[in-house]
Design a protein. Structure first.
Length: 153
């Protein structure tokens, strides 16, 4: 387990983090869709060409999973994360195609202490993912729970 660098007190509204990039392959897109979202435009090149997407594309849920991977690898493994009570405003803005390089940006919108747990703080964040052309492919907001370095009295 990595050393904890970030507690709730270290997170301030307005902070922006670049959380790295990931490039899905055709095989990864098909494997994810086969298990979790087996719609034809995620599985079959010919069906995808005939769809509104014009080619094989990743499931939106796969895009979310890739964002989560970047979040965990490049931030949460170093943070006193306690999970999340949920997401809001999930939008898939553009399709993700094999070979697209996706970059995740994380912005802190607000922080507040949890009223019933003095050792926990809440952080509301905005996640935005962009492809190699700068086009936004994902937008979501949600809350994270983080251990406080110094619990409130």
């Amino acid at each position: 387990m990595a050393e904890i660098k970030y507690f709730w007190e270290d997170m301030q509204a307005g902070q922006v983090r670049d959380l790295g990039s990931i490039t899905p392959t055709r095989e990864e897109i098909i494997a994810f869709a086969s298990q979790f979202d087996p719609q034809p435009f995620h599985l079959d090149d010919e069906a995808a060409k005939a769809s509104v997407f014009g080619g094989l594309c990743a499931s939106g849920w796969h895009t979310c999973a890739m964002a989560m991977r970047l979040m965990v690898t490049n931030f949460l493994q170093q943070a006193a994360s306690l999970g999340s009570p949920g997401l809001e405003n999930l939008k898939w803005m553009k399709p993700v195609f094999p070979g697209d390089t996706l970059r995740l940006q994380h912005r802190i919108i607000e922080t507040r202490p949890m009223s019933k747990r003095l050792d926990v703080g809440l952080v509301r964040t905005q996640w935005e993912m962009f492809n190699q052309n700068g086009d936004q492919v994902l937008h979501m907001e949600g809350w994270g729970m983080f251990r406080r370095r110094t619990p409130a009295n």
